[in-house]
Write a protein that binds this ligand. Structure first.
Ligand code: SAM
Ligand code: FES
Length: 348
């Protein structure tokens, strides 16, 4: 009977609320192993044994928002703020290019210093120097005209986790100036403009329930994003959620596998947060159907300042060390990191 659940989900590329409950609560280890096996097989159909690399450049930790979960929220007076200059960003790309990265992810808080003009200049310069690379932006909610300008400047992809698709849950995670409706509108605009678009959420964020998770899955099916970023929520000591519990490895792995089955071609990262809650978290993520890893290319002197949550891993390593370490970890579970832009199979 249990195997039937998985076949049905695979066939319909959707899951019911009851099936989600069953898969998240079952203690039947065989069923879970089968879930992971099928998720791996599905990933393998589109991406083989290849794992795509993204070079993550955390270029500013200034943020005008005050999300309750986030260590770089503007209300955290203990955060030591920094911004990278254009030269620093380009030098991260240079070392990344030499290490075989063909996607650069520029991520930061919502920092008004980086005007549209600055973002466009940086994007154009990266694309001019490395025409074969993809640029991903992850800089929050903007006007449609801004998204269009970055796209015209050469940005290929945009990551904007929706955080939760449930209105009440969204309000529990964010101050009242922020709205789920606007977040969703941004995601739809990004898709319309032509970005490979990524949404996503934290697993185990305060207030998350089976129902809110189900809404997340329904939203993913509706939006049809090229990427979905999920990782465990991990508390940060200087935020209102300091005393909350972290999301679990097990829930995150099961959700990764479920997302792979219901949205088969998606680019699915095995996140640093997953590697933070378990020493083998990222390898386990790949074995549950993930096909992307995002090593850090930010200069070592700022690494420990981009602290979204406590005990983040890889804050002391140089880019080359991170790259080498991940390469070995990925190889140890039978996969290989490739030098490729790593576009979504949805774009082929
Ligand atoms: N400002 C951009 C945005 O809002 O999309 C990008 C940066 S934001 C810090 C990137 C992601 O980090 C968020 O979407 C959130 O899901 C995740 N994040 C923030 N705080 C976290 C925490 N305490 N634990 C795990 N993930 C967290
Ligand atoms: Fe802005 Fe976290 S509150 S990046």
């Amino acid at each position: 009977m249990n195997r039937d659940i998985l076949s049905k989900i695979e066939q319909e590329q959707m899951i019911s609320r009851e099936e989600l409950e069953e898969l998240l609560t079952t203690t039947d280890q065989e069923l879970i192993e089968e879930l992971y096996r099928r998720a791996r097989a599905t990933a393998g159909k589109y991406y083989g044994k290849e794992i795509y690399l993204r070079g993550l450049i955390e270029f500013t930790n200034y943020c005008k928002n005050n999300c309750y979960y986030c260590g770089i929220r503007c209300g955290n007076e203990k955060a030591q703020r920094y911004r990278l200059t254009m030269d620093q960003i380009l030098s991260c790309c240079e070392s990344g290019w030499e290490l075989g990265f063909r996607t650069f992810v520029l991520q930061g808080g919502e920092d008004p210093y980086y005007t549209d003009e600055r973002i466009c200049t940086i994007t154009k310069e990266i694309k001019k120097r490395y025409p074969d690379c993809a640029v991903t932006l992850s800089i929050g909610e903007k006007e449609r005209a801004s998204y269009q300008a970055y796209f015209d400047a050469g940005a290929d992809r945009y990551l904007l986790r929706h955080e939760t698709a449930d209105e009440v849950h969204y309000q529990k995670l964010h101050p009242s100036q922020m709205s789920l409706a606007h977040r969703k509108e941004c995601l739809r605009e990004l898709k319309e403009i032509g970005y490979q678009t990524g949404c996503g959420f934290m697993v185990g964020s305060p207030g998350q329930t089976l129902d809110t998770l189900y809404e997340d899955l329904v939203f993913i099916k509706e939006l049809q994003p090229e990427m979905v970023g999920i990782g465990p929520f991990i508390p940060h000591q200087d935020t209102p959620f300091a005393e909350e519990k972290a999301g679990t490895l097990e829930d995150t792995l099961r959700l990764l596998a479920i997302i792979r089955l219901i949205h088969p071609m998606v680019l699915l990262p095995s996140t640093t947060a997953l590697g933070t809650i378990h020493p083998m978290g990222r390898e386990k993520g790949i074995l549950a159907g993930a096909n992307v890893v995002m090593p850090n290319l930010s200069p070592v002197q700022v690494r420990d300042k981009y602290t979204l949550y406590d005990n983040k891993i890889c804050t002391g390593e140089e880019a080359a060390e991170c790259r080498g370490c991940l390469e070995r970890r990925v190889a140890a579970v039978g996969y290989r990191c490739v030098t490729d832009r790593g576009d979504s199979a949805m774009c082929r």
